[in-house]
Design a protein around this ligand. Sequence first.
Ligand code: 13P
Ligand code: SF4
Length: 310
Amino acid sequence: MKKEELIDKIDSLRKEKNAIILAHYYQDADIQDIADFVGDSLALAQWAAKTTADIIVLCGVHFMGETAKILSPDKRVFIPDIMASCSLAESCPADEFEKFIELHPGHTVISYVNTTAAVKALTDIVVTSTNAKQIVDSLPLDEKIIFGPDKNLGDYINKLTGRNMLLWDGACHVHEQFSLEKILQLKREYPDALLLVHPECRKYIIEIADHVGSTSSIISFARNSEKRQFIVATESGILHQMQKENPDKEFIPAPPEDSTCACNDCFYMKMNTLEKLYLCLKNETPEIFVDEKIRIQAVKPIERMLEISA
Ligand code: 13P
Ligand code: SF4
């Protein structure tokens, strides 16, 4: 089917079924353009919690769909490709995380939103990269904290807050790939460009950044900056929104170590396509389900996050 035809069909189906399409900034440009709302992981959770639609189609990765289902259990939540996982969620199996928590009693457990529902069920407070500092700062200084699964984000928040949180050893396959050497070379080629970095990147990339933040924070920094050139160290899908909002500015993707692979693309995020989005709305599958016992436990740390970041 041609792209225009797919877009028309998706549009009629969403109206007919009272469905809302939520998309993350890392989705393909076509999906971002057809979505009712495009946002970072915090904003997607906030939308899922407040929507009056009967159906949510979450164009993102599996944990984002699960978060939507946990917050809106009465709605049906679909994802264009059920295999769209996340390397951070994969790096933190619930049974191993539970053992880690048991080995370190007396700790408050903070989990990044990039985790499975089962890990959230073991958690005291969920965070995203937008609110992690704010949430850690809201806890007493002497509180002992476990932070999982992203060690790079955890290390960055430790540095910002002066804490010594115990970190789980997880990382994202996209953000760990950026090459310091190649970024330094780009900085020499574009001396006026600012380097914008997601906190899932390695410490040595964060240290040379002009701005470190979540996807929404990177986008708003570029929007409000008077500079015209930016080197962007996060997943490539974000460049679409940045270029759309700022047609007269230049966005240069930070290169990965291995220039022969499309490492700036999250292969999980890119599993979703316009065609799969259409089929998902038409056939009402694949659907996200969360075990009710886990959901009841997992909703508490997510709601705690939403309250603190309201
Ligand atoms: P944001 O919360 O910044 O959108 O990040 C989500 C993510 O998966 C980053 O890799
Ligand atoms: Fe997960 Fe990394 Fe993909 Fe984000 S970019 S969804 S952290 S694998």
